[in-house]
Design a binder for this molecule. Structure first.
Ligand code: AMP
Length: 385
């Protein structure tokens, strides 16, 4: 039995445990808020502190990239951490991420790194409006971001960013990345795995829709082969450069026929949750296979699948389950506004069937809790007709 310790005790560790059980894997989670190792499905069961967790594990991995650097160092010193602390840190710092993309000559939005007011002025001169400013650290789900649409807003935005940097509690200095806003057609992501032997398996590109900066719907359906090939090449370049092991997610902006990398996540990813029903081997199992030195599982799309995130709600009408090929995944979290509480996966044998089922589910969901889902579903169905 392989023993895996996950840094972080949220839904991603939980779903790794659920995927690892049939493979006879023992998954534990390190809760960074309490500094305790817990059972991913029953956090009241405690198995000691970080040192105990490291000693008891065969392999250590992470479910989020904002892990304290001293924790990463302690794990890496054991020789058990996969992916490496370098890869995890890159995913947690947009400055390092941009440096990696430049280093690998991977297309991304034009940008300027900001540490001072002089850099801020330089960014405004170098980039065209609108510009998006993103905190280098601790940014996720659209948090720590400012959009400059007209020059008059500059002073106010600088002041807000300055205050944000001053309040940072991060263990490394906070900074800002200014980025040219890209007039993209679609947001896509590629989730893939690289094993300890360098084997690579990627899932099909996924189309993502956000509401208030949070992923609301993902759609996995057959995509244009040239985009898939482009994304696969980027995945290979980045993972080989980092000698990466595990699942890595790459978020893209599609501009015409070109993909620009927005960001990378060195972990299983929300936009890959559909793989639980749309493929033979879900991203959670493939992550475990990769870090445990096992062959990777099939990542082909078996049938078109969509995922709806349940955000800030602890129940949805149970009639949703009456639609064929619908599965619910709850995370057993306490209800809080904006919190990811669960997700719904919906599959169809064809895109037309998926569209019809997606609409049936969307009709049952409260539009206040699921804004834009019904609109997305209706548009998707229209495109099928
Ligand atoms: P991020 O946290 O970098 O994923 O940004 C959150 C959201 O802001 C993205 O999903 C996009 O919708 C939007 N966004 C971020 N960067 C850009 C950009 N350079 N151009 C246009 N939209 C962007």
């Amino acid at each position: 039995m392989k023993k895996v310790l996950v840094l972080g005790a949220g839904q991603l560790a939980r779903m790794m445990d659920l995927a690892g059980s049939p493979l006879n894997m023992d998954v534990k989670a390190f809760d960074v808020r309490t500094n305790k190792v817990v059972h991913p499905l029953a956090p009241e069961l405690i198995y000691g502190d970080l040192t105990d967790g490291i000693n008891n594990a065969d392999v250590i991995t992470a479910e989020f990239e904002h892990v304290a650097h001293d924790t990463l160092a302690q794990c890496e010193a054991s020789g058990k951490l996969l992916p490496s602390s370098q890869a995890i840190k890159i995913g947690g710092d947009r400055r390092l991420e941009k440096a990696l993309l430049e280093n690998c000559q991977v297309a991304n939005a034009k940008h300027v790194i900001i540490d001072s007011k002089a850099d801020f002025d330089k960014a405004i001169a170098a980039l065209n409006l609108p510009i998006i400013f993103k905190s280098a650290l601790e940014g996720y789900d659209g948090k720590g971001q400012w959009r400059l649409k007209s020059a008059e807003q500059a002073e106010q935005i600088w002041q807000e960013m300055y205050d944000f940097i001053a309040q940072s509690q991060a263990s490394v200095p906070q900074g800002i990345v200014a980025e040219q806003m890209v007039p993209f057609e679609r947001e896509l992501s590629l989730v893939g795995a690289r094993s300890t032997t360098g084997e690579i398996a990627v899932y099909p590109l996924t189309e993502n829709h956000h509401t208030n900066g949070i992923l609301s719907v993902s759609l996995a359906a057959p995509v244009c082969q040239s985009l898939q090939t482009q994304a696969h090449k980027v995945f290979t370049k980045l993972t080989e450069k980092l000698d990466y092991v595990g699942i890595l997610a790459i978020e893209f902006f599609q501009v015409g026929e070109q993909l620009l990398v927005n960001e990378i996540a060195p972990r299983v990813h929300n936009s890959g949750h559909w793989t639980q029903q749309g493929t033979d081997t879900c991203q959670f199992e493939n992550h475990l296979r990769a870090i445990c030195g096992l062959p990777l599982g099939n990542t082909e799309l078996n049938r078109p699948t969509a995922m709806i995130n349940i955000i800030g709600e602890d129940s949805v009408p149970t009639d949703v389950l009456a639609t064929p090929s619908v599965t619910m995944h709850w995370y057993e979290k306490e209800k809080r506004a904006g919190r990811k509480m669960g997700h719904i996966n919906i599959s169809g044998n064809t895109q037309a069937e998926l569209a019809q089922r997606l609409n049936a589910v969307a009709q049952l969901l409260d539009p206040k809790a699921f804004p834009e889902v019904a609109h997305f579903a209706a548009q998707y169905q229209e495109n099928q007709n």
